[in-house]
Ligand binder design. Structure first.
Ligand SMILES: Cc1cc2nc3c(=O)[nH]c(=O)nc-3n(C[C@H](O)[C@H](O)[C@H](O)COP(=O)(O)OP(=O)(O)OC[C@H]3O[C@@H](n4cnc5c(N)ncnc54)[C@H](O)[C@@H]3O)c2cc1C
Length: 328
C-alpha cells in the first residue's frame, strides 16, 4: 500500500460513515470463513453515510466491495486492497403496512420471512432458509423452489456509484434466473419494498417448516460452506440434471483439494474442513469443471462469486479457470 493510499483511507475513516476498522479479517465476514484482510472495513448506519463513502472512493479511485453476510462470496487469501462496505444489522429496519413490507438492505432474510409469516403475509416462504441479507438476495435474485425474490419486489432503493439516492422499479431491476440489472453497476441496496399477498398464517408456517426440514436433511450444517457452488438452471434439469447429481454421478463426492472438500452430504456444496484457502476452493472448482466437462461434456458455471484483491466481483469459475491455465 502506498503512503498516499494509506492517507486517503485514513481521511475516509475520519468521516461520519459508521463503524470503521482497519485490516479487518474477511474470514469473519463470510460463511466459508476464508479470506485475508480488508484495508478498511466500514459498517454504515444510513444512506447518507453510504453516499459519503461512494463519493469518496469514486473521487479517489479506491476499490470498493459491498457485502451483506458474505454467504455467496469467496474472498481471496490476499484480502481486499481497498474498502469493504458491509450492509448488515445496522440497516435492518422492517416496516409493514397492509400488503407492503419495506425492509432495510441489511435485514436477515430468515428473520424477514418469519416477520411476514407472523403478519399473515405470503410470498417469502421459499426464503426462510436462505442465510443472507435482503440486499444480497435481491442483488442475486436468490430464492428456492425455482422462485426468485424478484417476483415479490415492487421497488429497490439504491445509492448509485456517484452517491445519488435512486428508486428502481421491479421492471428496471430486470430480474432473471439469479441475475438482476443491479449487478456490476457499483450501487448499494439501501432498502427493498416487497408486495406480499395476505395468506393463512398456519399454512405459511407449515410451508416454511417443511422447507427448513428439507434443508436440514439435504445440506451440510456444521462445516463452513457457501451454499450451492454451481448454478442450477431449469434447462440443466431437463437435459443433464442438477449440478449436485452430476457431480455425484461422476464419482466426485468427497474429492479434496487442500482443506476444501466436496460435501459428502450434498455434492453441490464445498465445505471448509478447517483452514481452507481460496486457492484450495478455486482448485477444487477447476477440477470439478474439468472432470464434468471430460465425462459428460457439460460446462458447470458458478453461482458463488469470487472477490479479487482489487475489488472486482465475478463468478468464481472464471477465476478458477485463470488459475488452472497458469498452473497454480
Ligand atoms: C447454507 C446456505 C444455503 C443457501 N441457500 C440458498 C438458496 O436456497 N437460494 C439462494 O438463492 N441462495 C442461497 N444461498 C446463497 C446466499 O445465501 C444468497 O445468495 C444470499 O442472498 C446472499 O446474501 P448475502 O447478504 O450473504 O450477500 P453476499 O454474499 O454478501 O453478497 C452477494 C452479492 O450481493 C452483493 N450485495 C450484498 N449486499 C448488497 C447490498 N446491500 N447492496 C449492493 N450489493 C450487495 C455483493 O456485492 C455480492 O455481489 C445459500 C448460502 C448458504 C451458505
Amino acid at each position: 500500500m502506498t503512503d498516499q493510499f494509506k492517507i486517503k483511507l485514513k481521511e475516509l475513516a475520519g468521516k461520519e460513515i459508521g463503524r470503521v476498522t482497519f485490516d479487518e479479517p474477511l474470514s469473519s465476514h463470510n460463511s466459508w470463513k476464508i479470506g485475508g484482510l480488508a484495508d478498511l472495513f466500514v459498517e454504515p448506519d444510513n444512506s447518507s453515510q453510504i453516499a459519503e463513502v461512494l463519493r469518496f472512493v469514486l473521487a479517489n479511485e479506491i476499490p470498493l466491495v459491498v457485502i451483506g453476510q458474505g454467504t455467496n462470496l469467496l474472498f481471496d487469501d490476499a484480502g481486499v486492497r481497498g474498502v469493504v462496505l458491509k450492509i448488515g444489522e445496522r440497516m435492518a429496519l422492517v416496516q409493514i403496512s397492509a400488503n407492503t413490507i419495506i425492509a432495510g438492505g441489511g435485514t436477515w432474510v430468515p428473520q424477514l420471512s418469519r416477520i411476514s409469516m407472523q403478519a399473515g403475509l405470503s410470498g417469502l416462504e421459499h426464503c426462510i432458509g436462505i442465510p443472507g441479507t435482503i440486499g444480497g438476495l435481491v442483488m442475486m435474485n436468490g430464492g428456492s423452489q425455482r422462485k426468485g425474490i424478484g417476483e415479490s419486489v415492487v421497488n429497490v432503493t439504491i445509492v448509485d456509484r456517484r452517491g445519488q439516492l435512486q428508486q428502481l422499479t421491479q421492471a428496471e431491476c430486470d430480474f432473471s434466473y439469479r441475475r438482476s440489472a443491479l449487478q456490476g453497476i457499483g450501487c448499494v441496496i439501501v432498502s427493498v419494498e416487497l408486495n406480499c399477498p395476505a395468506g393463512d398464517v398456519k399454512k405459511i408456517r407449515q410451508e416454511m417448516l417443511a422447507d427448513l426440514q428439507v434443508r436440514r436433511e439435504k445440506f451440510p450444517r456444521k462445516q463452513p460452506n457457501c451454499g450451492s457452488v454451481f448454478l442450477s438452471t431449469s434447462e440443466m434439469h431437463s437435459t443433464v440434471g442438477p449440478p449436485g447429481k452430476i457431480i455425484e454421478d461422476v464419482g466426485l463426492k468427497g474429492l479434496r483439494v487442500g482443506q476444501a472438500e466436496i460435501s459428502q452430504q450434498h455434492a453441490n456444496f464445498i465445505v471448509n474442513l478447517g483452514g481452507a484457502s481460496s486457492t484450495d476452493v478455486l482448485g477444487l472448482i477447476a477440477r470439478i469443471r474439468q472432470i464434468v466437462q471430460d465425462k459428460i461434456g457439460f460446462d458447470l458455471c458458478c453461482e458463488v462469486r469470487y472477490v479479487s484483491p482489487q475489488g472486482e466481483i465475478f463468478p468464481a469459475h472464471l477465476k478458477a479457470d485463470e488459475l488452472g491455465r497458469s498452473g497454480k
